[in-house]
Structures are given as C-alpha cells and as structure tokens.
Design a protein around this ligand. Structure first.
Ligand code: GLC
Ligand code: GLC
Length: 812
C-alpha cells in the first residue's frame, strides 16, 4: 500500500493521506537551528543541541503518537478543525504534505476553505517559519478564527521531562502585541529566549497551557478554540505555551497570508535587559523585521531551494531505474546531510537527549557528506580528532555544544581509531587538501597535548597493532562496530549498561572485524604516508597490513566464511562450530571489501555463504542462527529477541559492505540485488509493512526470525545513509574520488544498459555517460574525455570550472 508518490522534478515526496503507518518526518534546517517536522505538523525545534537548547516540547512514545508540534486550529462558524489533520484527526476534503529539501508544505481544505502551510528554517537565521495561506474557495464570505499553538520546552529537554518539582514554578513569558516571548531561566544564567510571533495584529493570545487547553483536555480539544476567543493568559510557572488568536474576514475567492516565526534569540551579557525584568528584544525585532512579509519569506524559501540545487548538483544520476536514480541523486544525499548534522541525536527514534556525536558514527557519516560541503567535513574531522586519546583510542562520543569527549560512555571501543583514517582519507581524496594533515589537533581535548592530524592518524593506525590477542588479531575492547558484541562485559544485573560495564577482561577477546577494517583503511594510511614523503612509514604500514591479512587468513577463517571474533574464553564466534551465531555479515563484508581472499577463492566463498545463510527479501540479516537465549559472555547482542536489532535483524548499515564486496568480485547483479533490497524507494508500495518513510533508510528492518519480518525502525539517523551512498555512487555506478582524480569503474547489473552521472570534483564538472549495451556487469572497453581517448580509468583533476564530457563504453 502506498501513501504518496515522488515528485522528482520538485524533489519532493508527496504524502497523500495523513494517517501514514508511522509519522513520516522531515528535517527543517541545515545549519544551527533545526526542526523535526512530521506530515501532520508534529515535531519540535531546537538550537544546535536537541538536549540542552530545545525550544518546544515533544512527547516521545505518547498516545496518540506524535504528541506536540506547531498546531493551527481553524474555526469557521460552528466548525473547528486542524488543517494538518492532527491533533484533532479532522476529516478534511483534501490533504497533501510535501516534504522537500529542508522544507515541508501541508495543504488541505475543508468547508470551502483552503489552507496551505509552508514550513522551513531560512538559511543564516535561527528560526522556523510557518507561512499560512488561507483561501476562501466558497461563494460566501467567511469569518474565520485562527488559533496558533506551540508548547515551550524549558530548554533542557531531559530536565523538562523529569524535574517537575522545580519546573512547575519557573515558567515565564512576556507578551508584546502579537509577539510571545518565552523567557524561562532568562532571569538567571541563560542569555537566550524564544519568540513565537505572527506578522499581523491579534485579537488575543494565551500563554498558559491549562487556560488554553483545559486541564483534562488534549491537544485535540482546546477549550479556548471551542469557546471561540482567547483569554490573554500570562503563564506563571506550570506550562508556558504560545497561542495567537487571529480573526480573518475572507470574501469569496479571497486569500490571506500570515507569517509565523518561532525564533531563538541571544543577547550578549550586559545587554540582557531593556529594564528591570523586561528582556532586551533587539535580536527578536531584527529577526522578525526580516521576515515580516510574505515576499521576504518566499525569497528565503527560494534561497534555501537554490542552496539545495547547488548541493545536489554535485552528484546527479539519470537512469531508467527511477527508484535508484531518485535515491542516489536526491534523497540519499539529503539523508547524508541530516546524519552529518544530527549524528544519532534527534529523530523520531532518538530522543535528542541520549547520544552525542559518535566518533565512529561521525567519521562514517563524512563518507556520504564530504562531496557536499567539504569545508564542513574538514572542521568536523578536526573536532572529532580532538577527542582522541594520546594512545590512539578515543572517547566514543562527544557533546556537540562543548565538543568535549563524553565521560559517561567513555572509551575502549577498539574499532573507533580506525574510522578516523577512513574519514580523513575520504576528505583528502575529495579535495586534494593534504594541508589538513599538518593541522595541530589536541589529544583528549587538551591543547598542551596537541600534535598534527597526521600524528593522530599514526596513533589510530598503531592502536590495533599494539592491542592484539593470542591469535594476533586486534582485541575487541568494549565492542567493535557492533556495539552489542560485549565480550568483556558479563552483565547479570538488569538495567546495567552493556556499553559501559566491563568486568571480565581476560585480555583475549579478539575481533576479526577490526582486523578487516584495518586491512581496508590501512592502505589509505600507507598511501597518505607515501604521498607526503614518509616512505619508511609507508613501508612499515604495508608490512603491518600484509601481516594482518595473513593473520586473518590463518585465524580468522572458518572454512567457508570469515569468523567474527574470539570471546573472553578464546572460543570462536561466527563459526560452524557454534550453536547459534554461526555466521555474521560484518566480518565477511569487510574482509572482502579489504580484498582479503580475492586471490584464493575465499572471498567468493564467503559472499556465497552470506547469500546462502543470511539473505532475505528485505536485506541481509546480521547473523544466523539468531541467539535464542541470553549469553552472559556475548552481552547485548543476545539481549534482543531473535530477528531484532543486532540479534539477526537486518542491520542495514552493514548491507552496503556486502554490496561493495560483491563489486570487488565483479558481480554486478549480486551487488545491485543487495543494494535494492534495503533501498526504501523500492518498497514504496509496501509501506504498510515497512512503516517508515519510503524516502530514507532505516537503521534496522526486522529479520526473518522476527514476528514483523520486513518492518523498519530507526529511520533517518543511521550509518546506512553514508555507506549506501558510497556503495551506489562509488562502486555500482563506479565514480570514485581517488588521490589523483576520479576513478571510473562501474559494476552494474547486466540489464542496466546505460546511465549518466554528473560529478563535481575539485573545481570541475564531469558529465559521465556510460553505455552498457554490451550488457556486462563490469569491465571497460573505452573512455573518452572531451572526445579524446583516455588511457586508464582515472579522470584527471581539471579544476577549470568547466563541464567535461566523458563517454564510457562498458564491455569485455
Ligand atoms: C548503532 C550505532 C553504531 C553501531 C551500530 C551497530 O547504529 O550508532 O555506532 O556501529 O549501532 O551496533
Ligand atoms: C544499543 C543498540 C545499538 C546502538 C547502541 C548505542 O546497543 O542496540 O544499535 O549502537 O545501543 O548506544
């Protein structure tokens, strides 16, 4: 069942009925101010940090779902409705929600009154704009009442949900005409407030939730709206809200427009007050003046759209397969921007209070983002690297506001250091900027311990070499990429964190995956050394990598596939000898990606085993058989019911590793099959089962052991976004940034007869037309660049600001 369609020209997903199988959201904002925005106007706004500076309140896991948003109530005579459907679940004559690049539009109609809401965060400003257009489509004049509604969060979202003994007494607001200011805690240590304003005169307002709603009412039955007039309530403690009451007369055919702004404003210390207890409104005045008219707002929306056209112009795809083209060319890249911005903090599955920026996650997010805004990727790399410890290990997470490592989660995930090499290498290949290696970067956030970024990479490279176990494989530490393989944890206490507990460190639990990651990223380290005149170090690195590959072949091979790990007793994990968890996806995908076993048939064997044991119609599950019971020696992985999350769920993040690995074998049909299965655009018709948005990847799809096999969860914030973009753009379509230029090396399904990619790369644009009328999976017959034959498969760096025509003919 379908709930909408893709409008490819507008780059929008159009939702045609409001009761989607789960709220289908969008992200407003791509700089400092963000809004999560569902197809029924639910969600919330925050400035920079979803935990510490949340502007509006949201109720996770609420009934009904999606509790809280920017709501507008309309009243036409005796009829009252919410044109965004929720929260009243109003019956509407028309409904449509368009989610676009950084903006959303809800249009609906009832009683001959058309409604259009355009919501976005303008570039360069810290506010959400909601522009309303009301049109009288009937032939009688209408007297309309409009009531706006937002509920303020008392800034710290965690405290807001828990510390009621204090919170119920601290709420404060100010109202000036049609501007409602939320200033809780401004009297003491905060220097910021929120404003909720509309560009017209109001008939009244409310700022006290109980007065507006009625104590025993939900958002679906606000007493004030039913009574038909506002109370001009001033919140004092309890729950401050912002509601405007606007009266509008509309002649037949007439339209009226209103601009609502939800803004975040800061004052420098010393300039906080206008007079005793009265906040300095200068920043709010400036902001609201900027967006005082519809014209100004329309212009700001055009700016935003132009910004996105520019970004998405850097990599475009034309192909017969629309589901692939729209995903790779538009939505996947859009999601990569969101994961880059949010890491794993705020979505409809991540509460915005739990997780900071992950060292591992953010490095991987870079892979899908670096071509969009390389300068921001550069800054991010330096932030991440500053949380590394002098021995190469790293804080697992850092807080976005302070940029300091997060003590609560600590360190010891032994895969972490390696992802930094991957991120930096991707950045250098994209930009050619080796200068980043000379940047001085603190260790452990301590300037006194600063050294060059290159030294950080060196410590990253050395870390797994210095921490090896009895088989010479890297020790796993708390866990590797699989956060739930907690081999030194042995937790028997309910509720204890698997991520921070460690009480059984026998010093032997080893990870084949870390060895494979090392073999995959190590060559980039060696290459960077070579290209920066560090030949000896490059040679040392090559030797260490070759040694690690030998170790994997010797102690990381199970006969038909790669092992996953050795536990704290030295017992195998991911072996045919195991009762459950005989075969895992991660080590197999990564080892082949690293090229291990390409020379001796093991790579092919491993991927065939993955297909045989782990593949399903919805993607590849993480391992099989699922753990049927809790294993003290394995930790969280066995805490999940079979088929969910790391216990044999389809953990989409690692599927593209197999996709890429298949391209190493030249198996384009198989590579594309793994790509397609987890790609949401192919499952649009299957939304009832899948449930989450058809335009973004989800972290997990329930595996074959689960009751709801095929159902997705944790949409948006997942490393799947970056890795699938890498797999489709660099390995299937095969346009891959490299140190000396743009490699052209497609590995496609044999029935993909042609496609065109345009790629912006180091100051020039390459328009690459690929002809596969030969129907091969891999192999190039000829390439011409601007009409001239090119020898080899690397398009040189041209950097001349021009468009260059590249024609690629595939064949044997
Ligand atoms: C989550 C984490 C990621 C981890 C994965 C597998 O997605 O954010 O860091 O690798 O789970 O456990
Ligand atoms: C849990 C999840 C895993 C995630 C981790 C992050 O272990 O299962 O996916 O990476 O939490 O803390």
């Amino acid at each position: 069942m379908k709930y909408g369609y893709f409008d490819d020209t507008a780059r929008e997903y159009v939702i045609t009925r409001p009761d989607t199988p789960y709220p289908w959201i969008n992200y407003l904002g791509c700089e400092d101010f963000y809004g999560l925005f569902s197809n029924t106007s639910g969600g919330y706004a925050f400035y920079r940090d979803a935990r510490m500076l949340r502007l509006t309140r949201y109720r996770y896991n609420n009934v009904p779902t999606d509790g809280g948003g920017r709501y507008f109530y309309l009243r036409d005579g005796g009829d009252i409705w919410t044109p965004s459907w929720m929260p009243m679940k109003s019956e509407l004559d028309r409904y449509e929600c368009r989610h676009g690049m950084g903006y959303s539009m809800i249009s609906s109609a009832k009683n001959g009154l058309a409604y259009q809401q355009t919501s976005f965060v303008p570039m360069g400003d810290t506010c959400e704009i909601h522009k309303l257009v009301l049109t009288n489509e009937s032939d009688a004049a209408k007297d309309i009442d409009i009531f706006s509604f937002v509920e303020f969060c008392l800034w710290n979202a965690n405290d807001d949900m828990t510390n009621f003994q204090r919170n119920f007494s601290i709420g404060e607001v100010e109202v000036e005409g049609s501007r409602i200011y939320h200033k809780t805690e401004y009297r003491e240590r905060r220097n910021h407030y929120a404003v909720w304003a509309v560009n017209t005169t109001v008939a009244g307002f409310d700022t006290d939730r109980q007065t507006f709603l009625g104590l025993y009412n939900g958002f679906d039955h606000p007493e004030t709206v039913f009574a038909g007039s506002a109370n001009n309530s001033i919140a004092s403690g309890w729950a401050p809200v912002g509601s405007h009451h606007i009266k509008a007369k509309l002649a037949p055919g007439e339209s009226k427009e209103y601009v609502f702004v939800l803004g975040y404003c800061e004052n420098p210390d010393g300039q906080k007050w206008e007079s005793l207890g009265v906040i300095n409104k200068a920043p709010a005045n400036a902001l609201l003046e900027k967006y005082a008219t519809s014209e100004a707002v329309d212009k700001a929306l055009e700016n935003l759209q132009a910004y996105w056209s520019g970004l998405l112009g850097k990599f475009t795809v034309e192909a017969e397969d629309k589901a692939m083209a729209r995903m790779a060319g538009v939505w996947n890249q859009y999601q990569c921007m969101v994961t880059f911005n949010m890491s794993r903090s705020a979505s409809y599955f991540e509460s915005g209070i739990g997780r900071g920026m992950g060292f591992r996650d953010s490095n991987q997010d870079l892979l899908g983002f670096v071509h969009l805004v390389p300068e921001r990727a550069r800054a991010r790399i330096l932030d991440i690297a500053a949380t590394q410890f002098p021995d190469g290990s790293a804080y697992h997470q850092y807080q976005p506001l302070t940029k300091r490592g997060n003590n609560e989660v600590g360190s010891g995930f032994n895969d972490d250091p390696l992802w930094l090499i991957l991120g930096v290498a991707a950045y250098i290949k994209e930009t050619g900027d080796y200068g980043i290696l000379d940047e001085m970067v603190p260790f452990d956030n301590n300037e006194e311990l600063a050294d060059t970024l290159f030294v950080h990479l060196q410590r990253s490279f050395n870390h797994p070499l210095e921490k090896t176990g009895p088989h010479g494989l890297p020790l796993i530490g708390r866990a590797d990429w699989n956060d739930c393989l907690n081999l030194n944890c042995f937790s028997a206490t309910p509720g204890e964190s698997f991520q921070t507990t460690a009480n059984f460190e026998s010093g032997v639990a080893e990870s084949v995956l870390i060895a494979a990651i090392f073999a995959f990223v190590g060559p980039d380290y060696a290459e960077i050394c070579r290209r920066t005149g560090r030949k000896e170090e490059a040679d040392r690195a090559d030797k260490a990598i070759a040694g690690m590959i030998e170790t994997v072949k010797k102690h990381g091979w199970d006969g038909d596939w790669f092992l996953r790990a050795y536990d704290a007793y030295g017992k195998k994990i991911g072996s045919h000898e195991c009762e459950d968890g005989k075969i895992f996806i991660e080590s197999n995908g990564f080892a082949v990606m690293a090229g291990i076993g390409l020379d001796d048939g093991r790579a092919k064997k491993a991927l065939d085993a993955v297909k045989e044991h782990l593949d399903t119609p919805y993607g590849i599950v993480l391992q099989q058989p699922a753990y049927k019971e809790y294993h003290l020696e394995l930790g969280e992985i066995s805490s999940y019911p079979p088929g969910y999350k790391e216990n044999a769920g389809i953990f989409c993040h690692n599927n593209p590793w197999v996709t890429i690995a298949e391209t190493m074998l030249g198996r384009g049909d198989r590579a594309f099959d793994t790509y397609r299965k987890i790609c949401p655009t192919y499952r649009e018709d299957d939304s009832l089962l899948r449930r989450t948005e058809p335009y973004v990847y989800a972290q997990m799809v329930a595996g074959k052991d689960a009751v709801r096999h095929g159902e997705a969860k944790n949409s948006w914030l997942t490393g799947t976004a970056a890795w699938t973009f890498v797999s489709i753009s660099q390995y299937i379509l095969g346009i891959r940034p490299a140190y000396d230029g743009l490699v052209v090396d497609p590995c496609v399904p044999s029935d993909m007869k042609s496609f065109v990619v345009t790629r912006h790369f180091r100051g020039a644009d390459y328009r690459i037309s690929v002809d596969n009328s030969a129907g091969v999976e891999k192999g190039i017959k000829s390439i011409t660049l601007d009409g001239k034959p090119l020898s080899g498969q690397v398009l040189p760096v041209l950097g001349d600001g021009r468009v260059h025509e590249v024609v690629v003919v595939m064949g044997r």
